[in-house]
Design a binder for this molecule. Structure first.
Ligand code: HPA
Ligand code: ZN
Length: 340
């Protein structure tokens, strides 16, 4: 690939808006299993690496939840934040919105919300001490397979933790098939009343009807994945008009069989339809491409121009939930390094 484009992708300050901190690396899975003395189907680090093997969203979620069951203590949650921060510095990511799903990943095994949030807060403190220029915010994902009443109760508990960590939005994840977004409309309405921004996983394994259902019942500020909007021109028009950003995750979609190759990923049609999109890694330990890797692969596969790559990078700053306070850093870098 063009070395100038590679330099932009690797060296330009970046933001990432769709990243699940719950999905730990095999190394952390191994470390937590050892440290917490839990019986798991792994005996070595090699086993932990080989364990991440799946074909479908259901298989992926089962494997991810098994690895997550090794996470128990505040110390573990703090290590997860530090791992995230180290990775940000390696990739020149200066801003990341980090999702966690308390209900699906921790609550059902008796890990308290206090433990999770205190651990995250401690990790943030340590990360800020080690690195000056990183900004991490949190998105609390609702488990869409839980009842809306349980999710409302969860949101009511969550708000008191807004002082402890920068909690900016409520999202939604887990199995989309059989769990349409509208069932969680009351929970999202409550989250909005509390002043949270709203986002949610739709249009990943379910087609455009899942996105229509979400938009008709929930005032979403962004959509996670949403890639299958590409199958419906009317929907593309609406998303473009309303400037609802899709946080695309190409490697994730290919790993989970939404598309069978990088060539099929519909980035060109989405961008040509004027829908706002940005690129993300979703769960990099499982999908093997980080943000930089996803951007490089997409730029290479579709022979993206410099301005298209810059648009993707800038969109993550323009549409983040903290306002565009970091955009000037990016533009300063581009002004200095790119002759346009
Ligand atoms: N889809 C649904 N739930 C998830 C995903 C995903 O891609 N990643 C982590 N939880
Ligand atoms: Zn996701």
């Amino acid at each position: 690939m063009d070395s100038n484009l590679k330099k932009i992708i690797t060296e330009c300050p970046k933001a990432e808006l769709h990243y699940h901190i719950d999905c730990i690396s095999p190394e952390l899975f191994w470390k937590f299993s050892q440290r917490n003395g839990i019986e798991l189907p792994i005996k070595t680090l090699r086993d932990a690496i080989d364990f991440y093997n799946f074909q479908t969203l259901d298989e992926f979620l089962t494997i991810m939840l098994t690895a997550i069951s090794s996470i128990q203590t505040e110390n573990d949650f703090s290590d997860m934040v530090m791992d995230c921060a180290n990775d940000m510095v390696t990739q020149n990511i200066i801003y990341r919105e980090v999702m966690f799903d308390y209900t699906a990943c921790y609550g059902h095994r008796g890990v308290s919300l206090n433990t999770v949030i205190n651990g995250f807060a401690e990790g943030l403190k340590l990360a800020k001490k080690r690195y000056e220029n990183i900004d991490i915010r949190f998105i609390a994902n609702l488990d869409r397979t839980a009842s809306v009443i349980d999710n409302c109760n969860y949101i009511n508990k969550l708000i008191k933790f807004r002082e402890e960590i920068p909690l900016i939005a409520v999202g939604m994840d887990m199995q989309e098939i059989g769990h349409p977004a509208h069932k969680q409309a009351d929970a999202f309405a409550l989250a909005k009343e509390y002043g949270f921004k709203l986002t949610g996983h739709v249009g990943e394994v379910v087609g455009p009807e899942g996105i229509w259902d979400a938009l008709q019942s929930i005032p979403l500020d962004r959509i996670d994945h949403g890639v299958r909007a590409v199958e419906d021109d009317e929907l593309l028009k609406l998303l473009a008009e309303k400037q609802i950003l899709l946080t695309l995750c190409p490697a994730s979609n290919i790993s989970l069989g939404v598309y069978s190759s990088w060539w099929e990923f519909p980035i060109k049609k989405l961008m040509n339809s004027k829908v706002k999109v940005c690129i993300n890694s979703d769960d990099p330990p499982c999908f093997h491409y980080d943000l930089t890797g996803n951007l490089i692969k997409i730029a290479e596969t579709f022979d993206l121009s410099t301005s298209e790559v810059i648009e993707l990078i800038r969109n993550s700053f323009i549409f983040n939930f903290a306002g565009n306070e970091h955009l000037s850093n990016v533009d300063a870098w581009l002004d200095k390094n790119i002759a346009i």
